[in-house]
Write a protein that binds this ligand. Structure first.
Ligand code: GLC
Length: 476
C-alpha cells in the first residue's frame, strides 16, 4: 500500500510535541510491515541539513495564496528507510522555529496547498493520505473536490488546537468558496481548519480509544463535539506506540548505565547520576519523581501549583523538565530555590536529560486535565519508572490502577482533577515506595515488560487503511 503522511512536525527533524514523535515513528513501523510510506512536511530552518541532506525532486510549484502566487520547491531526504518530502519556501518556513506566534494559519494553508500541487505532479501516487492535526485539515476537502482516487484519514492528536479564524480571515484567504460549510465552534464565532478535516476525511481517528469517546462530550469536545458526533460511525481510536529503538534502556546512548527488566541494577546508577547532575542530594533512599512536560494547564500545572506546598513537604525529590506558559516558568523558578534539596526545575527542551530522567526516576508524574494519548507514561514504563496519572484519555488505556499491595496494575491513578486528590495520590505513591520496597522491586520489571511498541497499533492502522480503501473503491 502507498501511504503519504502529511504533518507539521516529525522527530528527529523538527519536534515541538508528541505529534512529532508519532509522525516520526509510525511510518517506520508501517515500513517494517512492508508498506511504502512517505512523509511530506515543511522544510523548516531548524532542520539540520548535515544530518538530513536533501535533493530536489520538483524544482518549482506555484501556489496561489492570499490573492498572490508563491512558489515552493520540493526536496527529498530520508529518515531511515522512509522518504521525506520537504516543502521549501523561505518566506514561510525559513525561520529558526517550527511554529510562529500569529502567522500559522497562512503558513499551513500554504503548506496544504503545496501538498495538493505536489500530488498533481508527483509520479508517486499515494492510495491513502494520512493527515495529522489542524495544519493539514484542508487536504481531505481538496482531495475530494479534485476527485483524486486516494482515501483520506485525518488524525486528531489534540483537539485544543484547531486553527481558529474569523470572517475577516476567511475573506482575505479566499477560502470561502473552498468549503460548502464552515461550522462555527460551539459558543464562539470561530471557524476552524480542524472542522474541515473532521467533516471531509474518509476516516477520522484519534490517538486512544478513550479520547475517541471523550471528544464526543461537551467536557472534552472543545466546541466541535457535535460535528464529531456526525462522524461517529467513521471515528476510531488507536493508541500510540513509542519507538522501541530510540527508547531502550539496554542500549540508550544517553545513559551512563544500561539495564533491562531482568537486571535492573543499572537503574540505581542512573538515579545517582541524575541526582548529581541536577544538584540534588545523591541519596538512594528517597524516591525520585520525574516530570517531563509542556508546562500548561493540559498537563496539570494548575493543580500542581496548588498542591506544591504539600508535595514539597513529603519525603521525595522532584525533577521537572520542560517549557510552556510564562506564568509556570515564573512559578517554578521561584519555587525551586525554596527547596534546593528536593526540587530541580529545568526550563528547557533537552533530549539527553529527558532520557536520564526517565531512567533515573522511580515515579513519573502526569496529572493531565485531558490527554489524547500521552507518550511520557509509555516511555516511563519502558524505563521502569512507575507512572502517576490522572484517569483521562490515553492514560486510561495505558495505565492500569495498582492494587494496594502493588501486585497488580501498572501505576497510581486518580480521577477527580483536583489538587487535593493529586496530593493524596502522590502521598500514597511515596508511602508505597518506602513501605513496599520488595513489591516495588517486582513492579518496575513488570511494567518494563508491557508492550508499548508500535507493533500492535501499526497493524491496526494498516487494517484501517485497508478498510477505508476498499470502501473508497466500492464508491461509484
Ligand atoms: C498531542 C497530545 C498527546 C499525544 C500526542 C501524540 O501532543 O497532547 O496526548 O500523545 O499528541 O499523538
Amino acid at each position: 500500500m502507498k501511504i503519504l503522511f502529511a504533518a507539521s512536525e516529525a522527530t528527529p527533524l523538527a519536534k515541538v510535541g508528541g505529534l512529532a514523535d508519532v509522525v516520526g515513528s509510525l511510518p517506520k513501523a508501517l515500513t517494517q510491515l512492508g508498506e511504502d510510506v512517505r512523509l511530506i512536511m515543511p522544510k523548516y530552518g531548524v532542520i539540520d541539513e548535515g544530518k538530513f541532506p536533501s535533493t530536489t525532486v520538483i524544482e518549482s510549484i506555484s501556489v496561489s495564496i492570499m490573492r498572490r502566487t508563491e512558489t515552493a520547491r520540493v526536496k527529498q531526504t530520508m529518515l531511515g528507510k522512509v522518504p521525506i518530502y520537504l516543502v521549501e519556501n523561505t518566506r514561510y518556513f525559513g525561520r529558526a522555529s517550527v511554529y510562529s506566534e500569529n502567522e500559522d494559519l497562512e503558513r499551513y494553508l500554504f503548506f496544504s496547498k503545496a501538498v495538493m500541487e505536489f500530488l498533481k505532479v508527483s509520479d508517486w501516487r499515494p492510495e491513502v493520505i494520512h493527515c495529522h492535526d489542524w495544519h493539514t485539515g484542508l487536504i481531505p476537502l481538496w482531495v475530494k473536490k479534485l476527485g483524486l482516487p486516494a482515501a483520506t484519514v485525518f488524525t486528531i492528536h489534540n483537539l485544543a488546537y484547531q486553527g481558529p479564524f474569523d470572517d475577516r480571515w476567511l475573506a482575505a484567504s479566499d477560502l470561502g468558496s473552498a468549503a460548502d460549510r464552515w461550522p462555527k465552534k460551539a459558543g464562539t464565532t470561530d471557524m476552524t481548519i480542524m472542522s474541515q478535516g473532521v467533516l471531509n476525511a474518509d476516516v477520522v481517528s484519534t490517538v486512544s480509544e478513550t479520547y475517541a469517546k471523550e471528544i464526543l462530550t461537551k467536557q472534552y469536545g472543545e466546541g466541535v463535539e457535535e460535528l464529531l458526533r456526525l462522524r461517529q460511525k467513521d471515528l476510531v481510536g488507536i493508541v500510540n506506540g513509542i519507538d522501541y529503538d530510540e527508547y531502550n534502556p539496554e542500549t540508550d546512548p544517553h545513559l551512563p548505565f544500561h539495564y533491562s527488566a531482568s537486571d535492573l541494577s543499572g537503574k540505581a546508577g542512573n538515579k545517582a547520576e541524575l541526582q548529581a547532575k541536577l544538584k540534588l542530594p545523591v541519596n538512594p533512599k528517597v524516591p525520585l519523581v520525574g516530570m517531563i512536560s509542556r508546562l500548561d494547564e493540559q498537563k496539570g500545572l494548575d493543580i500542581i501549583e496548588k498542591a506544591a506546598p504539600g508535595i514539597m513537604a513529603l519525603d521525595l525529590q522532584l525533577a521537572i523538565l520542560g517549557r510552556g506558559r510564562e506564568k509556570y516558568h515564573l512559578f517554578l523558578s521561584q519555587l525551586a530555590p525554596e527547596y534546593p534539596a528536593k526540587l530541580s526545575v529545568t526550563l528547557d527542551f533537552n533530549n539527553p536529560l529527558a532520557h536520564l530522567i526517565y531512567a533515573g526516576s522511580d515515579l513519573f508524574l502526569m496529572p493531565s486535565s485531558f490527554e489524547p494519548c500521552g507518550l511520557g507514561q509509555l516511555i516511563a514504563m519502558r524505563y521502569g519508572a512507575v507512572p502517576l496519572v490522572r484517569h483521562t484519555g490515553g492514560l486510561v488505556d495505558t495505565v492500569a490502577p495498582l492494587s494496594p499491595d502493588l501486585s497488580e496494575g501498572s501505576g497510581f491513578v486518580f480521577k477527580e482533577y483536583d489538587s487535593g486528590v493529586l496530593l493524596e495520590t502522590v502521598t500514597t505513591a511515596v508511602v508505597a515506595w518506602q513501605k513496599h520496597a520488595a513489591a516495588w522491586k517486582k513492579l518496575s520489571p513488570r511494567i518494563m515488560g508491557l508492550d508499548f511498541s508500535w507493533r500492535a497499533s501499526a497493524a491496526k492502522y494498516l487494517a484501517m487503511y485497508g478498510k477505508v480503501l476498499r470502501k473508497r473503491r466500492a464508491l461509484p
